[in-house]
Unconditional design. Structure first.
Lengths: 150, 266
């Protein structure tokens, strides 16, 4: 467990440093201003991983992480202003860029499988993505309008 | 993206991989975002899209070995964990908004069924057989692959179909939804918030790309877009499988039977 925590911290640290540098180049936020927010995010992830290991039910760590993130930043939570202020210095897109860089390197291995898909498969897959995306957006639009939110 | 954050031993030591990613991030963030006007809409080219393509190209250079590619996979899970922590702290302060939008968030999960009505007829029209069921019953992420494998077996036509969808989504999903969401949100009269909810339909990287384009197109709505996309993704994770089991898959089977019977009569 302790060994795991150490590995998680190191790996999240490496990822965090890459994201902080991207955050600096792409969004002009100095690493020193982004650091407290990144530490908070790393701590939230760590608590999620630890909870997943401690609680013996099959609940994904990313669900714990989202929930902890929401809890520590709710307006009713003492100290939440600091959490929000610090983490606002870490841009969402600066976190997404390294994820997709790693993803690109990882999906290289799926590329040969991909080239084996026929043109029919690719057309149908395109329609699956478009259908799912537009279907969700249409229903959301209708309900949000009925509720008067938009 | 599997729950393999447990097996992270020594991955931080793969300096070749991390340095390559760092260089990719530096280059792509320095290039920045490009906006290509397309009629009334905009196609947004974001650093993360170049990063994905550069990463993929790197795989085919001698710089990346099989080992780096394997190591990268669990790191995606950790990266998505950080992304979800960030989304969590954005949802927190906007929790009252998210709760107010609860009905829309819950019901738009049923919108995932849109694929069946749009893609299944196309698949059948192109002459696909039962592969079509695996392919079009959902957007085909891990839980759906598991469901189809469980029900039809790994070497069944349905199994081949869902794997094809999974591979397409893995390779192209983020790029595709990233381009689509920015374009649709700028050319259709639908609200960016509806598209924000739709951004959560697939994997974490799909959500990042789709909502990223929305933020770039509508920066003034950033907080709400992230909060809705994140909440929708969280709901997809928890309810998506159930929608597939109880509605998506039976509906696909039913429609498939009706449509192929009709074709047989002609």
């Amino acid at each position: 467990m302790l060994k795991n925590i150490q590995e998680w911290i190191l790996l999240l640290g490496v990822f965090g440093i890459i994201a902080i540098i991207g955050n600096w180049i792409g969004y002009d936020i100095l690493p020193v201003s982004a650091l407290p927010g990144m530490i908070v995010l790393v701590l939230i992830c760590l608590s999620g991983f630890i909870l997943r290991d401690l609680i013996p039910i099959n609940f994904p760590s990313i669900a714990y992480i989202s929930i902890i993130g929401v809890l520590v930043s709710m307006p009713w939570m003492p100290g939440s202003e600091k959490v929000v202020e610090w983490t606002s210095q870490v841009e969402l897109l600066a976190l997404a860029t390294p994820i997709l860089a790693y993803a690109g390197i990882a999906i290289g291995r799926s590329w040969t499988d991909f080239t084996k898909l026929g043109w029919k498969t690719i057309i149908v897959a395109t329609f699956v993505m478009v259908g799912t995306f537009i279907g969700s957006a249409l229903i959301a639009e209708v309900i949000l309008r009925v509720q008067g939110i938009i | 993206m599997n729950e393999n954050a447990n097996q992270v031993h020594g991955l931080w030591k793969d300096w070749r991989l991390h340095v390559l990613v760092l260089l990719t991030v530096i280059i792509t963030e320095a290039i920045g975002t490009f906006r290509i006007p397309l009629g009334p809409g905009v196609i947004l080219l974001l650093p993360m899209l170049y990063a994905l393509i550069i990463g993929l190209l790197l795989y085919f250079t001698p710089l990346v070995k099989e080992k780096q590619s394997k190591t990268a996979e669990p790191i995606i899970v950790l990266g998505v964990a950080l992304l979800l922590a960030k989304i969590g702290v954005i949802i927190g302060p906007s929790l009252p908004d998210v709760i107010a939008a609860g009905p829309a968030l819950l019901l738009q999960e049923l919108g995932n069924l849109g694929t069946i009505f749009l893609a299944l007829p196309v698949a059948i029209w192109l002459g696909m057989r039962r592969e079509a069921i695996g392919m079009t019953h959902s957007i085909g992420r891990e839980p759906n692959v598991g469901l189809i494998m469980d029900k039809y077996g790994i070497s069944s036509p349905e199994g081949r179909g869902v794997m094809a969808m999974y591979i397409f989504g893995t390779v192209f999903g983020a790029v595709f939804l990233g381009l689509l969401s920015g374009l649709l949100a700028t050319i259709t009269p639908l609200s960016p918030l509806s598209f924000a909810m739709a951004s959560g339909v697939g994997s974490g990287s799909m959500m990042a790309a789709a909502s990223g384009s929305l933020i770039a197109a509508f920066p003034e709505m950033e907080t709400q877009i992230i909060a809705f996309a994140g909440a929708s993704n969280l709901l997809s994770l928890s309810t998506g499988l159930w929608v597939s089991i109880f509605i998506g898959l039976p509906l696909t089977e039913k429609l498939y039977t009706i449509m192929t019977r009709k074709r047989g009569e002609q």
